[in-house]
Design a protein around this ligand. Structure first.
Ligand SMILES: NC(=O)C[C@H](N)C(=O)O
Length: 328
């Protein structure tokens, strides 16, 4: 029998409300033992054990929790007694945590995140079956080597691809560029593909000796953007900035001037897009060669921020960081 460790971090999956039928609720209320007790069928899949790492709504996910979680995942994955790991998480930032772990976990054992859109107390709560499927994927040898996965609503997503698309819909997650890694139907898994970019064992990123991550801020572009926000982020210690640009990572002329100032002061600026899908290309409308900026490719602003934080642990050279954005 496979041994699966479950690390709980909070989220709606651990949320609770006063009644079964209300929209309002609080995330991160219920402990890991209660989550597991709601799915007694897990014993048919694997030998599971639970640990509470945090209990927050994932809007409060932080660098500190990421570092703690990554260290624990790497420790468990290195143990011969652990075959796979499941992490319960909020949906709001699951794509960031999943991509972070995708880059810093040094193991080919399955690491599977799961979540829910309805709190644990709701009518037709989606958490229990999601946990069941996540454990089934984590216990599946065929899941190994596919990077960090997110199992929700019968779908198996890759960490790099998935994004949340709706604030309330149970079917909120999509992988718009490359589609699903597979499906899990009542614990029966089908795999379609393996992510093609480098990850986990092949990733060059390591958190050994890292006590804190560099500050990277996201600037959301729109008509009449206030460029002083960029200067302010730099003055307050940002080492990197991600522009959530309009269209192909575009920004106002005044924002470009502020970006030039930021780059001149040694801050690395990545251009991504506020558009839901597609790729922000180098030198398309904005001239990255001339601005000294980096194009994010398919990474949305939140994920570009994750990669930039890790890249800045290695280098502040925009050219080298562009290469990392092509590779990961
Ligand atoms: N559905 C959810 O999990 C949303 C919640 N705010 C969270 O991310 O923790």
């Amino acid at each position: 029998e496979q041994n699966i460790s479950i690390l709980a971090t909070g989220g709606t999956i651990a949320g609770s409300a006063e009644t079964q039928t209300q929209a309002g609720y609080t995330s991160g209320q219920v402990g890991v033992e209660t989550l597991l007790a709601a799915v007694p069928q897990l014993k048919d899949l694997a030998n599971v054990s639970g640990e509470q790492v945090a209990n927050v709504g994932s809007q409060d996910m932080s660098d500190e929790i990421w570092l703690q979680l990554a260290a624990r995942v790497n420790e468990l994955a290195a143990s011969r007694k652990v075959d796979g790991i499941v992490i319960t998480h909020g949906t709001d930032t699951i794509e960031e945590t999943a991509y972070f772990l995708h880059l810093v976990v040094d193991s080919d054992k399955p690491v599977v995140l799961t979540a829910a859109m309805r709190p644990s107390t709701a009518l037709s709560a989606d958490g229990p079956l999601n946990i069941y499927n996540a454990v089934a994927v984590a216990a599946d040898e065929d899941a190994s080597g596919r990077g960090v996965l997110v199992v929700v609503n019968d779908d198996i997503h890759g960490a790099r691809a998935l994004t949340k698309t709706n604030p309330t819909d149970v079917q909120t997650f999509q992988s718009p560029e490359h589609g699903l890694i597979g499906t899990s139907l009542y614990g029966v898994n089908t795999f379609f593909r393996t992510p093609y970019r480098a990850h986990t064992e092949d990733s060059e990123f390591s958190l050994k000796g890292v006590k804190a991550l560099p500050r990277v801020d996201v600037m959301y572009m729109h008509a009449s953007f206030s460029p002083d926000l960029i200067d302010s982020a730099v003055a307050n210690g940002a080492r990197g900035l991600v522009i959530a640009g309009v269209g192909n990572g575009n920004m106002t002329a005044a924002a470009q001037e502020a970006v030039r100032r930021a780059v001149k002061s040694g801050v690395v600026v990545v251009r991504s897009s506020r558009v839901y899908s597609g790729s922000t290309g180098r030198n398309v409308e904005a001239n990255d060669d001339e601005l000294g900026t980096v194009a994010s490719g398919e990474l949305n602003p939140a994920k570009a921020r994750v990669l930039l934080k890790l890249a800045l642990l290695k280098t502040s050279d925009a050219g080298e960081i562009q290469e990392l954005f092509y590779q990961y």
